[in-house]
Design a protein around this ligand. Sequence first.
Ligand code: ZN
Length: 238
Amino acid sequence: MQQKMENLVELQQIDDNISETLAARRKLEEEGMALTSELEKIQEVVDKLTLDLDTAEKEKRELEEIAVQGQEKIKKSEKRLPEIRTTKEYTAVMKEIDSAKKANHEVQEKIKLKDSDIEAVTREKDESENTLNEIRAKVDERNAEISPQIAEFDQNLSAKAESREQLLNNLPSSLKRRYKILIEQRAGVAVVEAKGGACLGCNMRLPPQFFNSLHSSDEIQSCPHCNRFLYVKTKENA
Ligand SMILES: [Zn+2]
């Protein structure tokens, strides 16, 4: 195989390698993003439960304050009883005390309900926090593997980009241009083997005479169907 063709074959190998590395890199990056979003979702649940708990506790404190005020009101009314002179007034104060006690009883019931709310939310929050911690440990562990792999891919990619540039610059500019166009137009495959009388890029049969000439030609040849550069493997370079 002549030097220019060898350069083209090598270029294609580098481009294949770059594509594979980019795909593997993208996969890892996507995995990392999926892990992060999984973590964020559980964090959101924990945040919401924390907020719910704060609200429930605040509401409970408000109820407790109302209960204290109610208790004071009852005491105050009860203190007045010995000084009362008329039956009418006595009945009124007793009625006051009675309704204050009733109201306080209702508040105590509400506090009980609030307590069971708080208990349920606390349990749920604890469970979510446990899940969050478990998943965070897993995510951290996986990210610790992903990050250096991505860094390694990046190093590999920049080395490959450099080799690619060098090989491209070794080619005559017309060939360089054709290679770049083919890479773009032919899904990243510009250089293919011709084997068994066919182009392995488009799988079309090549004219027999043309196929035979590939073995001896010193010229760079292209597939008449897909335009890709064609090479044949000889015993020396197989
Ligand atoms: Zn072809």
